[in-house]
Design a protein around this ligand. Structure first.
Ligand SMILES: *Cc1c(COP(=O)(O)O)cnc(C)c1O
Length: 362
């Protein structure tokens, strides 16, 4: 058996072992064609099948109603920060953004380069320790859209109740929590996610949107940055990141085999409960960095008050085989990313390590 690390990396992140093994088995000779996916045309029937099937699987797993289209794009979620306003924030209009931390703020920064931005709600005054309640989010009926960040990967806060925006299209950056739990897709007009946290490897970004939003981009938007270019070409306008899409395909099949998104949520809650309990039962030795009702089931942020002890924790954790526990430089402290593919055993081992470290140092 391959030696697998306790991988808590924030992104790129752990992939299911079963998926890696299947990719390995098909690496050199994909289904008897004598070539790998990376060596064939994106216009071949083999790749077209992967392209179509992956879109269908995503729709099936998310329970997407009729009238939505999936795109596989490049440039990461970061490029969507620009593409969304370029395509949807037309001159004279305003878009609302909810400021909940690092990623939301990056999206806001890009949108401001392109058009009028209004801050619909901000938790900056609370140090981004919580998500705003739907009632705190002011939505103007004339806005082009409202943009939220479903899960703040760096801060460790996650929306557990989405705002109701009425006729105003709701757009969500779900890069770090897509498919971690069931959602009502009909509430959203556009959902996007870089694949490298919860969907597969880096290189592809998924955009799922109402067809009418993708149908016609403003005239002056460059070809590659237009949603209508990619929608009309079924994500085959230019050479797609074929291997990444193939990997997403395998990850989606893995989720399906696990029982779908509801089963995955149950699994994620069991996993994260283990770690949150280690924090909550530590009598204050470990401190969560966010409010309980905004806690993320994908990125768990925590601290040890004594700085020297925190350093010691990270050092010993690394020696014990735990990878990626150092918090993002903007927040510091610790972060355990517990995406769908992170096995329960990794979380149980971390909880045990935390309790043991506390026994020895508390
Ligand atoms: C990682 C991340 C991004 C950036 O993704 P890239 O694919 O690296 O551009 C954007 N938003 C969120 C919420 C993320 O977690």
């Amino acid at each position: 058996m391959a030696k697998r690390a306790y991988n808590f990396n924030a992104g790129p992140a752990a992939l299911p072992l079963e998926v890696l093994e299947q990719a390995q088995a098909e690496f050199v000779d994909y289904k008897g064609i004598g070539m790998s996916i990376m060596e064939i045309s994106h216009r071949s029937k083999e790749y077209e099948q992967i392209n179509d099937e992956t879109q269908e699987l995503l729709k099936e797993l998310l329970g997407v109603p009729a009238g939505y289209k999936t795109l596989f794009l490049q440039g990461g979620a970061s490029t969507q920060f620009s593409m969304i306003p370029l395509n949807l924030l037309t001159p004279g209009r305003t878009a609302g953004y909810v400021a909940t931390g690092s990623w939301a703020n990056k999206a806001i920064k890009e949108a401001k380069l392109i058009g009028e931005v209004a801050i619909a709600a901000s938790t900056e005054a609370d140090g981004y320790r919580r998500m705003p309640k739907p009632s705190e989010i002011h939505v103007d009926d004339n806005w082009a859209y409202l943009h939220i960040t479903s899960n703040e990967t760096i801060g460790g806060v996650q929306f557990h109740e989405y705002p109701d925006t009425g006729k105003v299209p709701l757009i969500a950056d779900m890069s770090s929590d897509i498919l971690c739990r069931p959602i009502d897709v009909s509430k959203f007009s556009l959902i996007y996610a870089g694949a490298q946290k919860n969907l597969g490897p880096s290189g592809v970004t998924v955009v799922l949107a109402r067809e009418e939003l993708l149908a016609e981009s403003p005239k002056n938007v460059p070809t590659m940055l237009r949603y209508d270019t990619h929608a009309k070409a079924n994500s085959l306008y230019n050479t797609p990141p074929a291997y990444s899409v193939y990997m997403v395909n395998l990850v989606l099949k893995w989720i399906k085999a696990k029982g779908g998104v509801a089963a995955i949520e149950q699994y994620n809650r069991e996993k994260t409960d283990l770690i949150y309990q280690a924090i909550d039962n530590s009598g204050g030795f470990y401190k969560g960095l966010v409010d309980r009702d905004s806690r993320s089931i994908m990125n768990i942020t925590f601290a040890i008050e004594d700085e020297a002890l925190e350093k010691q924790f990270l050092k010993e954790a690394q020696e014990a085989g735990f990878i990626g526990l150092k918090g993002h430089r903007e927040v510091g402290h610790m972060r355990a990313s517990t995406y769908n593919a992170v096995p329960r055993e990794s979380c149980a081992a971390l909880a045990e390590f935390m309790a043991d470290f506390q026994r020895r140092n508390g």
